[in-house]
Structures are given as structure tokens and as C-alpha cells.
Design a protein around this ligand. Structure first.
Ligand code: TZP
Ligand code: MG
Length: 206
């Protein structure tokens, strides 16, 4: 499993598009991993949506990751789960998911990043790098943490939070090789071309 452009859904900010359209367009533009993250959706609706999204991601051979919920990831046979620091611990998630599934975890400090790697996470998220309305109650960790993690942690990490077309180069310069994006792609009119621009900028800076 490796990826460069990680796109995370948010039906609340999509410009009149449903998640099937969002994900289709993002993948055409260059997203190479997708996360289903809908904080206000019922379990039933998440399962239904997950099953629908899987048809698209599977045919594009792009992994589909479910945010927070191991039960839903298992129910829809998703490719993996993305955990927060207060969710199921990696050890328990691994027991339930098995070794073939992807387990990612959000980290907000070097200590958390090192621990996640030691616990067997497949990748970690590092952020929010910059202030962002998508996750307003978190203190930004800044480029400093991206730099530290890139120097000290061996497993793949993805920078997330407030990453825009005009600051992506800073994140790459700090050592990131992958970025995760919500509003900069999902919240714009032309999702495909936004994803394509992110991908191009990212590749250009690597
Ligand atoms: N985790 C850390 S920041 C963030 C998440 C889910 C939100 C990123 O959203 P955006 O709109 O790309 O800043
Ligand atoms: Mg979470």
C-alpha cells in the first residue's frame, strides 16, 4: 500500500454533489486513496454509502478507508480503517481487522507518531499542519512536527490540515511525501481539476 493524494469525504461541504460524484471525480483527478468520513451520518447510512463507494474505488483499484469505525470497515469489507487517538487502540483494531487490512491513525505529536509505528500502524496522519475550518478545535502542529516525524518515524505518514495548492510545497519541503485533503478538493466546484492540480504540485515538489 502506498499513496500520494489522500482525499477525505465531507458531504456537508461538497458543492451540491453526492459522495459518489465527489469520489469519482477525485479519483479521475489523481486521488489514490479515499476515506469515508461523515461525522453526522447514521451507521445505516454509512454502511450503505460505504458499499456504494466501494464499487467505484474497487474498479479504480484505489483503497477505501473508513474513518473511526472498525465495525463498518469490516461490514463493508473496506480496505482499512482510520483511527483517532480516542478510538479503538491499534492492537485491538488489528485483532479484528487482520494483517491484510490497512490501519491508519491520526497523530498530533512526535510521541504519538512513534507509538503508532511501534503498535503496528500501516500509516499515520500528522496534523492539523495549518489551521483549518474542517477541524477547528485542534491546535495546528505546524511544519515543525512534519519535519520531526519525517526524520524520526519509518512508516508512511500523510500530512493533513489546511493544505492548499499554495502551501503544499512547504509541506513537501518539510519532509512529507503524501498529503490528505478535505476542503481544498471536496469543497470546490471542479473536484477533478482541483485533485489534478494538487497531484501535479505534489509531484513537482517531490
Ligand atoms: N484531521 C486533521 S486536520 C483534518 C482532519 C480530518 C481536516 C483537514 O481538512 P482540510 O479541509 O483539508 O483542512
Ligand atoms: Mg477519528
Amino acid at each position: 500500500m502506498d499513496f500520494k493524494l489522500y482525499v477525505i469525504t465531507n458531504q456537508n461541504i461538497a458543492q451540491g454533489k453526492d459522495n459518489l460524484e465527489v469520489v469519482k471525480e477525485a479519483i479521475i483527478g489523481g486521488a489514490d486513496i479515499i476515506q469515508l468520513r461523515e461525522k453526522d451520518m447514521s451507521t445505516r447510512n454509512l454502511v450503505n454509502m460505504g458499499n456504494e463507494l466501494k464499487v467505484i474505488t474497487k474498479s479504480a483499484e484505489v483503497p477505501l478507508i473508513v474513518n473511526d469505525r472498525v465495525d463498518i470497515a469490516l461490514a463493508i469489507d473496506a480496505d482499512g480503517v482510520h483511527l483517532g487517538q480516542d478510538d479503538l487502540p491499534i492492537k485491538e483494531a488489528r485483532k479484528m481487522m487482520g494483517n491484510d487490512k490497512i490501519i491508519g491513525i491520526s497523530t498530533h505529536s512526535l510521541e504519538q507518531a512513534i507509538e503508532a509505528a511501534a503498535m503496528g500502524a500501516d500509516y499515520i496522519g500528522v496534523g492539523p499542519v495549518f489551521p483549518t475550518q474542517t477541524k477547528p478545535n485542534y491546535n495546528p502542529v505546524g511544519l515543525e512536527l512534519v519535519e520531526k516525524v519525517s526524520q524520526r518515524v519509518e512508516i508512511p505518514f500523510v500530512a493533513i490540515g489546511g493544505i492548499k495548492l499554495d502551501n503544499i510545497h512547504e509541506v513537501i519541503k518539510a519532509g512529507a511525501k503524501r498529503v490528505a485533503v478535505v476542503s481544498g478538493i471536496v469543497g470546490v466546484e471542479d473536484i477533478e481539476s482541483a485533485a489534478r492540480s494538487y497531484y501535479k504540485n505534489l509531484i513537482k515538489c517531490l
